[in-house]
Design a binder for this molecule. Structure first.
Ligand SMILES: [Mn+2]
Length: 331
């Protein structure tokens, strides 16, 4: 008989693409230590799969990773498997999620912390604040800013502790460093470590210089969006080739004058388009739910918040996706 492996490993799986995901991972690391796995929506199930047979796994924290119709059942299945081995699991998130899935997770005794009204980091902070220092509140406030949730009850309270301008510039520099280092996973993990050790973004070497480069790139994106953006009746859209879709989508929304903006970029490794969608203040439709529905119809996946969401669409279905979205918005 094989010797029983001692369970001691603590793992946090978090979103790697923005400040909220990186900050959530940093707060979990400060509170509990352990390892960090950073991932994105298309990759999350693949990146979590190795945990299935990891007998040393003791505690698992999953942060800022929204589910969609395509992966929610697999997610519940994997967590059910881990719970059978008595792995302690907490899922902290704020993306729109089917009540049925929340109930299934609660039934298998996953600690679900889920509020669509506060960003993930603020919920992580609020849940584990006894184990966190004051600096953690600052990191959570920065995440609330970059997720457009600094006006929410808990988020605004945290932001009030700090000078607004100081928090804004820190959040922005952090975001540009995260967005600009998506192809350097080691740098992102380094960022998690530094933030978990209560460093400010300006204390991380070259962070401001790097942010300056990103700002210059974004200025050139504005020019390209003006030139190449296309319009349908209810939305503006553009294929992006040389920057991130999520960095360009706000310009597409703003410059199109429409209530919905779409930017998409090919992800060669998955044979899909990574799609970012944003809604204006005037947009009355919950885009995360609509995108979740439409993407399932075209064999993709997606979802998210009411005015900011994302999707993964098979390459040959992008035109159908745009047309369906456009006609759905007319209703
Ligand atoms: Mn978030």
């Amino acid at each position: 008989m094989a010797a029983k492996i001692k369970k001691s490993k603590i793992v946090c799986v978090s979103h790697r693409e923005d400040c909220d995901g990186i900050s959530s991972a940093a707060l979990i690391k400060q509170a509990f230590g352990g390892e960090t796995i950073l991932t994105d929506y298309p990759g999350m199930m693949d990146d979590m799969e190795p945990l299935r047979n990891d007998e040393s796994l003791k505690e698992l924290y999953i942060c800022d990773l929204g589910l969609n119709k395509k992966n929610e059942c697999d997610f519940v299945e994997l967590l059910t498997h881990l719970r059978k081995r008595s792995v302690k699991i907490s899922y902290l998130d704020h993306h729109d999620l089917d009540r049925k899935i929340i109930n299934q997770l609660k039934k298998i005794k996953v600690n679900v912390v889920h509020d669509t009204n506060e960003c993930a980091s603020v919920q992580v902070y609020d849940t584990y604040k006894k184990k966190l220092d004051d600096h953690a509140a600052f990191i959570a406030a920065c995440a609330a800013i970059t997720d457009y949730m600094e006006d929410r009850p808990l988020g605004s309270k945290l932001l009030q502790i700090f000078d607004r301008q100081f928090a804004l510039i820190s959040a922005t520099v952090m975001t540009y460093n995260i967005v600009g280092h998506q192809k350097e996973p080691d740098y992102l993990l380094y960022l998690v470590d530094e933030l978990s050790e209560s460093k400010y973004p300006h204390e991380i070497p070259n962070s401001y210089e790097f942010a300056q480069l990103q700002v210059e790139k974004l200025a050139s994106v504005v020019a390209k969006v003006k030139k190449n953006m296309k319009l349908k009746k209810n939305l503006g859209y553009m294929e992006i080739t040389d920057s991130g879709a999520s960095g360009a989508v706000n310009f597409v929304l703003g410059l199109s004058g429409k209530d919905v903006g779409v930017a998409y970029k090919e992800r060669v490794d998955y044979g899909v388009y990574a799609v970012s969608v944003r809604g204006s203040k005037q947009c009355k439709i919950h885009l995360g739910r609509l995108i979740n529905k439409i993407t399932t119809e075209v064999g993709g996946s997606g979802g998210g918040h009411d005015k900011a969401c994302g999707a993964s669409i098979p390459k040959n279905k992008i035109t159908k996706f745009l047309n369906t979205l456009n006609s759905s918005l007319a209703k």
